[in-house]
Design a protein around this ligand. Structure first.
Ligand code: DP6
Length: 341
């Protein structure tokens, strides 16, 4: 029996990933850029049970104390199959996850979830992977999880199976204020909404072209430490993504009147001289990008519009415990190691 525990945090994209070039390999149509949060961690323990092997045995997945038996279990099993194929193992696993992100509410629960699962499962199956390899592996679980492996401000490269991974980039100090409007599950998941957008939104080709350009502009703004430009690009890219999604048929609209009220309040803050920029993923909740010195003021200005939580820039995924033959030393952060490319 080997067991490993990992912790990972969600990330919020400054330049969004919305659309796959290859669904089977989870390759994105464009690059994307994100900031990792230091709130809402997911802690996942994977225990590999060598006595349980082969097709007839099943993996188990317990999320926040409840045994999962629906599509989420299938996604976890498919991911573990990939890890098993890399490790040359047929042993089944028990996965126990504590997720503090409101699951399925468009607050990147799959990002922290699959980043923690990739890190724990790789260790429990005896794979000693570099940060880059872990990022490639997490990508196969959920695209946004790719960027939760490095944490911090990170770019996820579009590319082929080998070239599509996330890595940290230099950026100025930043903070976020998460405004949770509705923590319930969203009406349509991002995976299905992405498929529908690609298949039916007439705006999708322009989204791919403009986002590819925005990734380049964002990398330049981050390298220059130009917070204003980072914020402007962030808000613009989020609204372009939502416009593209709204163009799907039948239409999908994630932003509600209450979400739009937060965008308006953020514009008012800017007019009053506070630098703040709004973004939103596939759900009604709004995340506001600001500078560390302004985060408390932004949080109190938005407090009446939803549940407000402040976040700094968070760490990458890390192994916190591993026991059993062949598991890596949790003291060694995968972030510091690189495989031979
Ligand atoms: C709106 O990573 O959840 O949050 O790869 O199908 O699992 P899958 O999608 P997922 O999509 C995230 C979309 C987004 C934007 C982003 O995080 O870049």
């Amino acid at each position: 029996m080997t067991t490993a525990t990992a912790v990972a945090h969600p990330n919020i994209a400054l330049v969004k990933y919305w659309g796959k070039a290859d669904a089977s390999l989870a390759l994105p149509a464009t690059g994307s850029v994100s900031m990792g949060l230091d709130v809402f961690p997911t802690t996942t323990t994977v225990t590999v049970d060598d006595g349980v092997a082969g097709r007839e045995a099943w993996d188990t997945f317990t999320l926040n104390g409840h045994l999962v038996e629906d599509g989420a279990l299938v996604r976890v099993e498919q991911f573990l199959d990939l890890v098993r194929s890399l490790a040359g193992s047929s042993a089944r696993a028990h996965v126990v996850s504590e997720n503090t992100v409101p699951t399925g509410a468009g607050l990147a629960s799959s990002a922290s979830g699959f980043a923690a699962l990739a890190t724990a499962a790789a260790a429990a199956y005896g794979l000693d992977l570099s940060q880059r390899d872990l990022s490639r592996l997490a990508r196969r679980g959920s695209g946004s999880a790719t960027r939760s492996i490095p944490g911090g401000v990170a770019v996820w490269h579009a590319g082929d199976d080998h070239g599509s991974y996330a890595e940290p980039i230099p950026a100025p100090p930043m903070a976020m204020v998460v405004v949770t409007i509705d923590a319930g599950p969203k009406p349509i998941g991002s995976r299905e909404a992405m498929r529908r957008t690609i298949a039916t939104s007439p705006f999708y080709p322009s989204w791919v072209t403009s986002t590819t350009e925005t990734v380049g502009d964002m990398l330049a703004a981050c390298a220059a430490g130009d917070f204003t430009r980072i914020g402007e690009l962030t808000e613009s890219n989020a609204l372009r993504m939502h416009a593209t999604i709204e163009g799907a048929f039948p239409p999908i609209r994630y932003l509600t009147a209450r979400s739009v009220a937060v965008f308006d309040a953020v514009a008012e803050l800017r007019a009053a001289g506070v630098e703040a920029y709004a973004t939103a993923d596939a759900g009604p909740n709004v995340v506001v990008l600001t500078q560390p010195a302004d985060r408390a003021a932004v949080a109190s200005a938005l407090a009446g519009l939803g549940d407000v939580i402040e976040s700094g820039t968070g760490p990458g995924a890390r192994l916190v415990r591993s026991e059993g033959p062949g598991t890596p030393d949790p003291g060694v952060a995968p972030a510091t190691q690189e495989s031979t490319e």
